[in-house]
Design a protein around this ligand. Structure first.
Ligand SMILES: [Zn+2]
Length: 448
C-alpha cells in the first residue's frame, strides 16, 4: 500500500511492549500492535506501522504489558468450584467415593451447575483463561451459562454407568447427549465433546456407542485415563488389559481422544499415543494433591504427542490458576525427566495455549496470535517488581508471573476484563451466592 491510502477502519487496536504469538514458536515481538475487527485478529505489526495503516474505534495502549493468546484450561469440572476445600488431604478413591460423590448426590442441580460455572468464569477471566474443556453434568445448563457470558467452551456430554441427576439410564445419557449437541451445533463459541467419566465407570458397550457417535457427529472424546496405578491394576483384573489397550480394542485410541492425567504409561503406550494423534492433558497439581502419580510430559512431548494443561476441578487443586498450573507443569516435567533442559518456558506456554486449543479441536480458532484467528487475548502487566528486571519475557510469564498481573482480557474481541475489573459480572453477587452455597452444603454434609 502507498502512504496516500486511507487508513482501514477497525474496532480495536492493542499496542503493547511485547506480543507473544506462540505461533511461530519461541518468538517475542517487541513494540507491536494487534489490529482486531469483528472479533478477529486482522494483523500483528510494529506499532508505528499499525498507526499508519489502521483507524481504530478504540485503542488500548499497554506500554508495560505482554499480550498473549488467552489461556486454555483443557480439563475442568467448573461447577465443583462450589466445593473448593471441602475434602482435602485424602486419597483419590476415598476423596471421590466417600466425600465428593455423596455431597454431589445431594446438591447437583441446574442451579448448582450454573452458580458454580459463574463463580469459575469470574476466577478464570481474572487469571487470563478464556477457554475451557468442561466435564460435568447438565451440559445444557453449562453451555447456556458460558454462552451468556461470551466465554469459549468445549462442553462434555457425560456418560457414566450409573444413574445421576442428569440421566437415569444408558439410553437417557445418549438421548440427552444427542439433543444437547443438536441444540448447539454451529455455535461460534460453544461446542460439544463426549465425556465418558473414566474406564472404571464406563462399560465396553457404552464406549462402543461413544465411538460410533463421535465419528458420526465429529466430536472429541474427553476421558480421565491412566490417572492412578490402581485404575490400571483394576482394569487388568477385570478386562485382562490395561485401560489404553482396552480403549484401543474398542477403537477409541485416535486423534479424537483427549486423554486426561496419563500418569501411568509404558514406552509403548507413549509411542501409540504419538502414532495415533492422541492429545494428553497434563493436570500436575491435581495429580500431586491426590498423589496419583506423575505424567511423563517431557517423554510424551519428545515423542511428538500434543500436550495441553488443565487444572482439573477446584475440589482437587484448589484453584483455576493457569499461570500457577503452567509453572508447576514445567518444573515437574523437568524433575520427572531428570533433565533441567526438558519442557522449556516456550514449550510450557505453548501447552497452555495452542496445545490446549489443538487438544479440543479449537486450534483453527484460538491458541495463537495470528491474523484470521479469533481475538481471544490477554494483557499481562510485567512492570511490578515481582517480574523485574525483564530479561526474558516468556521466562517471566512462565516462572515468575502471578495471575493478579492479568490486566485485560478479550474473547472474540469482546472485553471481559478491563484493568482488572470484570465486564458483565457482579462480583459482590457472586461472592454472596458462594457464601449461601457454603451454608447449604455444610448443612447436608455427612458428619464424621
Ligand atoms: Zn477430572
Amino acid at each position: 500500500m502507498s502512504m496516500s491510502d486511507a487508513p482501514q477502519s477497525i474496532d480495536l487496536l492493542i499496542e503493547a511492549a511485547h506480543v507473544v504469538p506462540v505461533e511461530p514458536h519461541a518468538v517475542v515481538l517487541d513494540d507491536h500492535a494487534l489490529a482486531v475487527h469483528e472479533g478477529r485478529i486482522v494483523a500483528v505489526l510494529p506499532i508505528p506501522e499499525a498507526r499508519r495503516r489502521f483507524a481504530a474505534s478504540e485503542t488500548v495502549s499497554r506500554p508495560h504489558s505482554a499480550v498473549l493468546p488467552g489461556l486454555v484450561n483443557a480439563h475442568t469440572h467448573n461447577p465443583m468450584t462450589l466445593l473448593r476445600g471441602i475434602a482435602d488431604d485424602l486419597p483419590l478413591k476415598v476423596w471421590l467415593q466417600e466425600h465428593i460423590w455423596p455431597i454431589e448426590g445431594a446438591v447437583i442441580s441446574p442451579v448448582f451447575v450454573a452458580d458454580g460455572i459463574t463463580l469459575a468464569m469470574a476466577e478464570m477471566l481474572r487469571g487470563g483463561t478464556t477457554c475451557v474443556n468442561e466435564n460435568y453434568f447438565f451440559p445444557d445448563v453449562q453451555a447456556a451459562v458460558y454462552k451468556q457470558h461470551g466465554f469459549r467452551a468445549r462442553v462434555g456430554l457425560p456418560v457414566i454407568d450409573f444413574p445421576t441427576a442428569w440421566a437415569g439410564s444408558d439410553d437417557e445419557y445418549f438421548d440427552k447427549a444427542g439433543a444437547v449437541h443438536d441444540q448447539w451445533r454451529d455455535d461460534p463459541l460453544i461446542a460439544m465433546a463426549f465425556a465418558p467419566h473414566a474406564p472404571y465407570t464406563v462399560s465396553d458397550a457404552n464406549f462402543e456407542r461413544i465411538r460410533m457417535l463421535a465419528d458420526q457427529l465429529d466430536l472429541p472424546v474427553h476421558l480421565h485415563l491412566h490417572e492412578t496405578a490402581q485404575e490400571v491394576e483394576q482394569s487388568q483384573q477385570q478386562y485382562g488389559q490395561r485401560p489404553i489397550a482396552r480403549l484401543d480394542r474398542l477403537g477409541l485410541v485416535n486423534d479424537r481422544l483427549i486423554a486426561v492425567h496419563m500418569t501411568q504409561l509404558t514406552e509403548g503406550e507413549i509411542h501409540l499415543c504419538a502414532e495415533r494423534g492422541v492429545s494428553v492433558v497434563h493436570c500436575p497439581e491435581s495429580n500431586l494433591k491426590l498423589a496419583s502419580g506423575f505424567c511423563p510430559a517431557c517423554a510424551l512431548e519428545r515423542a511428538g504427542v500434543n500436550i495441553a494443561i488443565g487444572t482439573d476441578g477446584v475440589a482437587s487443586n484448589n484453584d483455576l490458576d493457569m499461570f500457577g498450573e503452567t509453572r508447576t507443569a514445567a518444573i515437574l516435567a523437568k524433575a520427572v525427566a531428570q533433565d533441567a533442559a526438558a519442557f522449556d518456558a516456550f514449550t510450557a506456554l505453548r501447552a497452555a495455549t495452542l496445545g490446549g486449543a489443538k487438544a479440543i479441536g479449537f486450534d483453527h480458532l484460538v491458541g495463537s496470535i495470528e491474523a484470521g484467528k479469533q481475538a481471544d487475548l490477554v494483557c499481562v502487566d510485567l512492570s511490578p517488581i515481582e517480574t523485574q528486571p525483564l530479561h526474558h519475557v516468556v521466562s517471566q510469564l512462565v516462572y515468575a508471573t502471578g495471575r493478579h498481573q492479568v490486566g485485560d482480557v478479550w474473547i472474540a474481541g469482546q472485553r471481559k476484563l478491563r484493568e482488572r475489573e470484570l465486564v458483565g459480572f457482579d462480583l459482590d453477587a457472586i461472592g454472596a451466592n458462594a457464601r449461601q452455597w457454603r451454608a447449604r452444603i455444610s448443612s447436608i454434609r455427612p458428619q464424621s
